[in-house]
Design a binder for this molecule. Structure first.
Ligand SMILES: [Zn+2]
Length: 315
């Protein structure tokens, strides 16, 4: 065990996942977080680790081989889109996604080896991509890769995925809708008002997975008060299913002032969720909690929200 029980991954190889300086999902998202982390001296409370690269085999634990081949091909020239117009290809895209996925898998290894109890990967939580396609700025779905890794490599039977990004985690939800091993909880802006339009409260899992998914649509402009009112449902659900590992997608686009959503939480919501999930992880998961930055397109919000989460994880 190192001196700190939490780790944070930082580096240009993670920042390289994005669509250029002029796109809302650009490299600055990583840099503003990194600067805020050092400004707050959080590096004294968490270990800073470098991104780790993986290869197509890891991507294929979740994605189809055909889709991975398409990523490799379109990465060469960076032309066109990987979906119907939301997610452009870029040169070096394949290497960038291999770093996002590789870093997530490295974090899992370290948590499963008990080197750390908590980990945070800022450029991760790409929750819209499906097994065979990109969607909503997500070339791959690193959450799906992480979940499949925990199922296939570590033989876990109950993995929790908790998502408080403004958008519904549809790529995770529909990929595991019939898998009872994924305990899925998602608070998001109501799909009638925001992309991707899914995540109705009636969507609770199918077949043997019925009852293992909890979708909580929130009205536009939902604030901290409403978040704190709804949060006990999340804890009750996790208590009921007693997961062995918790993944946490803490997208900062649900904070007031995001340019592409209408939510109105403050960073206190995210810090509180992280703190409470850490307590549940200590109770059922031997402490294992892996947080992902997710969305967020207001730089000030990213800096204060992700550092608030890291601070809560390091407590
Ligand atoms: Zn989002």
């Amino acid at each position: 065990m190192t001196s700190n029980f939490s780790c944070v991954y930082l580096g240009d190889k993670l920042a390289a996942y994005g669509f250029g300086e002029n796109h809302p999902f650009g490299p600055q998202r990583h840099h503003v977080f990194e600067q805020a982390l050092y400004r707050q001296a959080l590096d004294q409370h968490v270990d800073i680790l470098s991104p780790v690269k993986t290869d197509n085999k890891t991507l294929e634990i979740f994605h189809t081989a055909e889709y991975v081949e398409k990523i490799i091909e379109q990465s060469k020239f960076g032309v066109g889109y990987l979906d119907n117009g939301d997610t452009p290809a870029f040169i070096g895209m394949y290497e960038a996604v291999c770093y996002v996925a590789g870093t997530m898998v490295n974090a899992i290894e370290r948590l499963m080896d008990a080197q750390y109890k908590r980990a945070f990967v800022p450029i991760a939580g790409l929750h819209h991509a499906r097994r065979n396609t990109a969607a909503g700025f997500c070339v791959i779905n690193d959450c799906g890769i992480a979940i499949e890794t925990l199922f296939k490599k570590y033989r876990l039977q109950r993995v929790a995925y908790v998502d408080i990004d403004a958008h519904h985690g549809d790529g995770v939800f529909y990929s595991f809708e019939e898998d009872p091993r994924l305990i899925f909880v998602d608070l998001h802006e109501d799909g009638r008002f925001l992309y991707p339009g899914t995540g109705d409260i009636s969507e609770t899992g199918r077949g043997s997975a019925a009852g293992t998914k909890l979708n909580i649509p929130m009205p536009p402009r939902a604030d901290d008060e409403l978040f704190f009112n709804m949060w006990p449902h999340v804890e009750n659900f996790l208590e009921k299913h007693q997961p062995e590992f918790i993944l946490f997608q803490c997208g900062a686009d649900s904070i007031k002032g995001d340019p592409i959503t209408d939510m109105a939480y403050s960073e206190k919501a995210h810090a509180y969720a992280a703190k409470r999930l850490a307590i549940i992880a200590d109770k059922y998961c031997g402490g294992k909690l892996l947080a992902m930055g997710g969305g967020g397109y207001n730089h000030e919000n990213i800096a204060k929200t992700w550092t608030a989460v890291v601070s809560a994880l390091a407590e």
